[in-house]
Design a protein around this ligand. Structure first.
Ligand SMILES: NC(=O)c1ccc[n+]([C@@H]2O[C@H](COP(=O)([O-])OP(=O)(O)OC[C@H]3O[C@@H](n4cnc5c(N)ncnc54)[C@H](OP(=O)(O)O)[C@@H]3O)[C@@H](O)[C@H]2O)c1
Length: 370
């Protein structure tokens, strides 16, 4: 059987395309594609969201007749299904593309290799696996949702240089640029989760506040201690800022705020300690179609997520402050699953945000865990 060695530089261009659609495509994946003919990119495309053409179709459209005999680099296996738009495989075959390199197979059970098989059966040379990890990271939520059957969990906290997550006199730890990054990360998610204790302490809105990019998120408040009254600011932004779910122990009295526009009380069984098994909560969210969950937590709540090994990505926002003997919990008040004394994170990267630093890293690659 013939093989070929596709090139990373072209795949990188396809990944850059895909990232232009990040946060807008749910429930579809963010995908990018480039058409290459005679060592030149002759077509580029990304998926802008449901109802819009897929990345391959946009790139083929730009390439026009140059697509015949060309190579296509795409971040995800082309679809072979009909949804709001037709199957990409049919369009690719009609275009006369000769070779296709995809980063990664589409984990959606409706595709999952069927697109590749259809293309190969028609004589197109297909290579899967070039920049596979990078391809998954284009839309980790999509891969975790379909590969592991739960939402991808991105946890964020802010801390001082000496590791404190609460300041004695309250207020923000980080500056405006780091906080803007929080909104950009919220934008990539479908839902945001905090503890009822944090809502009671900080009274946050939990909305996405980016110029020209409104995005209502499902806002989940874990209120196992029934601290919320319905008077907190988050309730005042319903439903335009996104729906609010107040998660309470099964059998709790129904509060007055249940059933207000955009507000639901969701009952969930607790364990012996009065806490929700988070895997059960994620299963409920999966059934609701939540692919990306952004968790802003510290202390016992972050420990609960780590304790159940349900964290996929961590972003730690670090301010050049020393709080000394402080108040409040540690970033994680509990064990994390260790590997020789510490949890090793993958692909760590950092960026400067004004006077603060943001370190982001992944826990083992999504889908490599069972
Ligand atoms: N710096 C940051 O990035 C950041 C982020 C969030 C919050 N904070 C600050 O941290 C302070 C304390 O926050 P916090 O009280 O939320 O911290 P916490 O110590 O994590 O307490 C969290 C709450 O979540 C509950 N919880 C933990 N696991 C749970 C589970 N599996 N199911 C249901 N509930 C669970 C705890 O319940 P139990 O009562 O059962 O333990 C507790 O009520 C606040 O002042 C807030 O401003 C800072």
């Amino acid at each position: 059987m013939a093989t070929w060695t596709p090139e990373s530089a072209y795949m990188l261009a396809a990944i850059e395309e895909a990232l232009k659609g990040a946060g807008r495509t749910h429930p579809n994946p963010s995908v990018g594609a480039v058409v290459v003919k005679a060592d030149r990119i002759v077509g580029r495309g990304f998926h802008e969201g449901p109802g819009h053409p897929h990345a391959e179709i946009v790139a083929l459209g730009e390439a026009g007749s140059l697509a015949r005999g060309a190579d296509l680099y795409v971040t995800l296996e082309p679809c072979c299904t009909t949804g709001r738009t037709g199957p990409c495989t049919a369009a690719l075959l009609a275009s006369g593309i000769s070779r296709i390199a995809a980063c990664v197979r589409d984990p959606n059970p409706r595709v999952n290799g069927a697109g590749i098989r259809e293309l190969e059966a028609s004589g197109v040379l297909v290579s899967v696996g070039l920049m596979e990890e990078e391809g998954r990271r284009v839309d980790p939520a999509y891969h975790t949702f379909h590969g592991l059957g739960r939402p991808h969990v991105h946890m964020k906290w802010a801390q001082t240089l000496d590791g404190r997550v609460v300041l004695t006199h309250g207020g923000y730890i980080t500056g405006p640029k780091a906080r803007l990054k929080v909104h950009e990360d919220r934008f990539l998610a479908d839902a945001i989760l905090v503890s009822g204790a944090t809502v009671a302490a900080d009274d946050p809105l939990l909305t996405v506040r980016l110029d020209g990019r409104p995005k209502p998120l499902l806002r989940i408040l874990l209120d196992n201690r029934r601290m919320l009254t319905g008077g907190e600011r988050v309730f005042g932004t319903c439903p335009q800022g996104g729906d609010v779910w107040v998660v309470r122990p099964a059998g709790s009295p129904i509060p007055e705020f249940d059933g207000r526009p955009g507000v639901s009380v969701v009952e969930l069984a607790t364990d012996d300690g009065g806490r929700f098994p988070l895997r059960n909560l994620l299963s409920v969210l999966h059934d609701r179609g939540v692919m990306g969950l952004f968790v802003e937590a510290v202390g016992r709540l972050s420990a609960s997520f780590f304790g159940e090994d349900l964290v996929d990505r961590v972003s730690v926002h670090i301010a050049p402050l020393l709080a000394g003997t402080g108040i409040g919990p540690a970033a994680i008040e509990g064990p994390v699953r260790m590997q020789g004394g510490a949890r090793v994170l993958e692909n760590p990267r950092w960026e400067q945000a004004g006077g603060d630093w943001i370190v982001t890293a992944d826990l083992e690659a999504p889908c490599s865990r069972g």
